[in-house]
Design a protein around this ligand. Structure first.
Ligand code: ATP
Ligand code: MG
Length: 243
């Protein structure tokens, strides 16, 4: 569902992504790990066009994105198919939880209010906060807000979900409830690209783990192989610091 070939990305003179080749199959859960500043966020932001890239090819769900923001049509299609969850939940503070979830389907897909509302209620049940629909985001805990953010992304019925450190801003006791929702999603067959420092989650849920060092994929494989028997010395050094 995602195919990157020879992708390069610069911020000015800084070469942030270097010749990235990466394929994600439908139903696959790919976890991306690496040190701060290695390019993890930039990589997944490229997938839904939040960042442009300078060279190479990127195909998402059959739509080809051109370098330098070319092909706006494809970009619009991709954004409908790809959901994203950030470290900061980015909920609309002036809208209730229910309205946060209803907004995009009604605006982008012309979903009726009745259907959008039913979907919102179903998704809130699914992420375990069915009783919170008419609260505002600031009346919820961080873990609850992040679960709303996941429900909001799911309301667009995405074919691919991107997560960029979804638990990094949470108090420790709330991390588990968000990881549980992600684990369920993975079990149900959602295709996911996840940037996280939660190595336990990566080991348990990932089909494949990718280690990025200074903008390059230097190691990739099954979690048991990458964690227990890393081949690259950079990966070894990183893992010995975080595990
Ligand atoms: P972290 O673990 O801290 O989130 P990361 O692996 O997600 O790091 P990126 O955010 O992708 O790293 O950043 C990669 C590099 O690009 C870093 O050197 C960063 O300073 C730089 N960078 C990121 N965004 C921009 C931007 N908008 N303009 C200029 N440089 C940027
Ligand atoms: Mg990041």
């Amino acid at each position: 569902i995602v195919k990157m070939k020879g992708m390069n990305k610069y911020f000015g003179k800084l070469h942030v992504l270097k010749d990235i080749d990466l394929t994600v199959e439908q139903g696959e859960v790919v976890v991306i790990i690496g040190a701060s500043g290695s390019g993890k966020s930039t990589l997944i932001r490229c997938v839904n066009g939040l960042e442009e890239f300078e060279s190479g090819t990127l195909e998402v769900d059959g739509q080809k994105l051109a370098p330098k923001g070319g092909n706006q049509q494809a970009l619009a299609e991709i954004r409908k198919e790809v959901g994203m969850v950030f470290q900061q939940f980015n909920l609309f503070p002036h809208l209730t939880v229910r309205k946060n979830i209803m907004l995009a389907p009604m605006k982008v897909k012309n979903t009726s209010q009745v259907v959008a509302n039913a979907t919102a209620e179903r998704l809130l049940e699914r992420v375990g906060i069915g009783s919170q629909a008419d609260k505002y985001p600031n009346q919820l805990s961080g873990g609850q807000q992040q679960r709303v953010a996941i429900a909001r992304a799911l309301a667009m019925e995405p074919r691919l979900m991107l997560f960029d450190e979804p638990t990094s801003a949470l108090d420790p006791e709330m991390i588990g409830e968000v990881l549980d929702v992600m684990r369920e999603l993975a079990k149900e067959g959602m295709t996911m690209m996840v940037v996280t420092h939660e190595m336990g989650f990566a080991r348990e849920v990932a089909d494949r783990v990718i280690y990025i060092h200074e903008g390059q994929i230097v190691e990739e494989g099954r979690p048991e192989d990458v964690f227990d028997n890393p081949q690259n010395e950079r990966t070894q050094a990183f893992l010995s610091r975080v595990l």
